[in-house]
Design a protein around this ligand. Structure first.
Ligand SMILES: *[C@@H]1O[C@H](CO)[C@@H](O)[C@H](O)[C@H]1NC(C)=O
Ligand SMILES: *[C@@H]1O[C@H](CO)[C@@H](O)[C@H](O)[C@H]1NC(C)=O
Ligand SMILES: *[C@@H]1O[C@H](CO)[C@@H](O)[C@H](O)[C@H]1NC(C)=O
Length: 334
């Protein structure tokens, strides 16, 4: 009886001094401290109201802990009113694999250099925010990165050539910024994996480096820039390429002899200065779902076969003299 009483009173003391949640607390105390610093740095936003120091941080909104180690592995903040800069304290979450800031119009400033401390970071996304300034060169130090997405921001300056030093990069999204300069020559020298490159809606100029012809990029989107010259070297029978969007640039080359790999499913070349005729090989692309060659200087009969007659005529319009289905019939030579 005496023991039971003491057990009961001990339990009572425990309950009084350590609220129920503390019995199931998984959160690492060091991570918790850092998260609270991050919350303060972001101005204690309502968005992070669940980040209550009295509760287990592994249950907080926008967070994920590892199921065994209980260390914070993902911080994903999106669709909020929070304002200020990305807190430098994010670099003090050493087990972070995913860091994600998306649709935060009041997020400003630059990416803090402390992210280079995150040696396990696989996925870094800062998109649809108002961060500005140049893309930091130091991002190339986060060798563990697979996925880097800095799209829909106000980034300026040129693309750091050092990004090609990321050995495991599979996706690079720098689209919809205000980037200038040319595509770095080093992008033809990615070591290890060859990433998909999304560079559209910027102000990039110059020629696409010939070095890019040595690699097999899964997807390339260079649309809506001011790039020029011949890019036929990006295609070829050995080039597995699913999506190629080079629309709305100043590309100028003869399309007649270009050979496409059978993997091609999306080819957008509209609004350039491409000349010659449509190659017969286009008819054997069984995967082709989208084609647009409008607003160029192409001429001659649209080859018959494959998917080419299934597209609406707008994909062929505004060329020098393309003819044949789905456009009007070619004039007989006189
Ligand atoms: C950037 O801020 C402006 C207002 O200053 C806002 O209108 C715009 O939506 C913001 N951009 C993004 C991508 O959130
Ligand atoms: C790259 O990926 C491989 C395979 O997933 C992994 O073993 C390696 O550690 C990664 N490299 C870096 C620098 O993270
Ligand atoms: C092809 O591109 C032109 C020019 O941008 C556009 O007007 C047309 O709608 C496009 N066609 C399709 C099917 O996307």
């Amino acid at each position: 009886m005496k023991t039971l009483t003491s057990i009961l009173s001990l339990s009572l003391i425990l309950v009084l001094f350590f609220p129920s949640s503390s019995f199931s607390t998984r959160c690492n105390p060091q991570d918790k401290k850092v998260l609270l610093t991050i919350k303060t740095a972001l101005g204690n936003p309502y968005h992070l109201a669940s980040w209550d120091p009295k509760t287990d941080c592994c249950g907080w909104y926008c967070l994920q802990c590892h199921s065994k180690t209980n260390r914070v592995i993902a911080l994903t903040i999106f669709n909020g009113e929070l304002s200020g800069q990305i807190p430098s304290a994010v670099g003090d979450l050493p087990y972070l694999e995913t860091l994600f800031f998306h649709k935060l119009p009041n997020l400003v400033g630059t990416i803090p250099q402390t992210v280079t401390k995150l040696t396990r970071l696989k996925s870094l996304e800062v998109s649809s925010t108002n961060i500005s300034g140049p893309i930091p060169d130091f991002l190339s130090q986060i060798k563990s990165l697979n996925y880097l997405d800095l799209s829909f921001n106000k980034l300026t300056g040129s693309i750091p050539p050092s990004l090609s030093e990321l050995p495991n990069l599979t996706d690079l999204h720098l689209d919809r910024n205000r980037l200038t300069g040319s595509i770095p020559d080093s992008f033809g020298k990615f070591k290890g994996k060859v990433p998909s490159l999304y560079l559209s809606h910027n102000q990039l100029t110059g020629y696409v480096p010939k070095s890019l012809g040595f690699l097999k990029f899964p997807n390339l989107d260079f649309s809506r820039n001011n790039l020029q010259g011949d890019i036929s070297f990006l295609f070829g029978p050995g080039k597995v390429l699913w999506k190629a969007d080079f629309s709305r640039n100043l590309f100028q080359f003869d399309l007649s002899k270009v050979v496409f790999h059978k993997s091609l499913s999306w080819l957008d070349l509209n609004h350039n200065k491409i000349y010659g005729s449509l190659p017969q090989g286009l008819t054997s692309l069984n995967q082709l779902q989208f084609l647009n060659v409008s607003y160029n200087s192409l001429c001659g009969k649209i080859p018959v076969g494959g998917k080419l007659q299934t597209f609406e005529n707008t994909v062929y319009l505004k060329n020098q003299c393309l003819c044949g289905a789905p456009l009007s019939a070619c004039k007989k030579p006189v």
